[in-house]
Structures are given as C-alpha cells and as structure tokens.
Design a protein around this ligand. Sequence first.
Ligand SMILES: [Fe+2]
Ligand SMILES: [Fe+2]
Length: 264
Amino acid sequence: MKKRTLLFAGLLLLIGGLAASCGLSEKKITMTILYDNYIFKEGMRSDWGFSCLIEGFEKTILFDTGTSGDILFQNIDILNVDIHCVDLVVLSHIHNDHTGGLSAVLEKKHDVSVYFPISFPDHFSQEIRDQQATPIPVDEPIGICEHVYSTGEIEGSVNEQSLILDTDEGLVVITGCSHPGIVTILKRVKEILDKPIYLVFGGFHLMNHSDAQVREIIQEFESLGVEKCGATHCIGDTAIGLFKEAYGENYIPMGVGRVLQVSY
Ligand SMILES: [Fe+2]
Ligand SMILES: [Fe+2]
C-alpha cells in the first residue's frame, strides 16, 4: 500500500499557538450541521446537501457548503452563526450539493482558504481567486491546522477528501458523500493517524446497497474500532435504520441543527 506522507502547512503551524478571533472555547470543539437532508432541530430548513461548521480549533472550518446559498444562510441565521468567523472552507467533492453554497459564503467572507480535491476542474481555482479567496488543491493527506487533517484526495466513482479531527476522545471523521466508499476512507484515516476512531459522521452513500451489504460495512466499522457514528445526507433511510440498530446508544442522530461537542 502506498505510504502516505503528511504535508504540514508550516506557516499555519507556526501560528498554531495564537488564539483565533472567534469560535474558540476551552479546548472544546463544536460541530454544527448547517445543511442536511434531515432535520434535527425544529424550524431549520432541510434540503439535499451537506455542510458542517467546526469551531474551537485555532481555525474555524466550514466543511462543505450545501446546495443553495439561500438555504445555507437561512440556517446560519436561525443558528446565529457568524460566517465572518470562518477561516477555512474544505470541500469534500465536486458535487453541487456540497459546493453549491460556496459563492454565497465567499461573497460574505473573502479572506478564506478553500481546500478542494486536486482533480477539480482548472477553472475552479480561478473562480475562487476571483472572489478574493485562496484556492488550495489537495492531493496527498495534509495537515490543515492544529488537530485537523484532510485524508487527501481518495479515488472513487467521484474523487473525495474527508476531514479528520484529532481529539481527546479519539479521531472524528467527517465525510461528504463517501463516493470512494466509507470503509476505504476509514482505512485511509488509519494509515494517516493510527489512533482509535471515536466518531464518524456525514454522508455514507449507501442508498443502492442491499441490507446484507450495509451489514458487512457495519461489521467493518466494528473491526476498525469505530466507537460512534452518525449516518446522514445521502445514506438512505434503510441504511440509517441498520446503523441505528447496530450502534444502539452509540448511534448519533443527525440532521440540520445538530450540535456536537468534543474536547481536545
Ligand atoms: Fe452529496
Ligand atoms: Fe456526492
């Protein structure tokens, strides 16, 4: 298996000890689902897509941007999130239900770095520069800021990167659609950081899998030592039911408005 090397963003790490202007709490990260097919909190708007805000590290990170900027900002307003706190945007893959809200975000907050899989079309970087943001194509696994890594671009039916958060509880893995396969992604995570996986959440894209195939995937989760999971977005209702049944109280119900906290 190809040995992966972590490429640390040296400058980012140099300023790692400095406090961000907002979003910091006492060694605790807050992850808020801003966009999802499912509703967790009454009054939020659901739509096909995914977006999650991660606050509390040295940088505030927006992972994916949903389909519609209008719906994303309706949810941002309801949750009273300050979009100006976002320092970094990480896009899992090229599909519009993950990238569609990007322009609306960059209209409101220019000075951000946008991390995206290197296979995105060439014009994508220019479009980001046109909105006064900094494009960062991602190939190999990379350190994004202290405690946060990208899996690097993983090949699949659609190439994709996932986010890894290194916390006190173990690794938290956030996925967009998991087109390369959720198990392939988790195995990559283990190659990059050989630590226990505490929580995996996001889209797992198992709608076209049989119950038996989903059960096999759940077994792989167990053999990889995944402690908790929250399946959502494009996974499909049947697969959600199977994960719930298998994980019991360690299943984390997801949906727009869900807020999770982990210390680091
Ligand atoms: Fe998706
Ligand atoms: Fe997708």
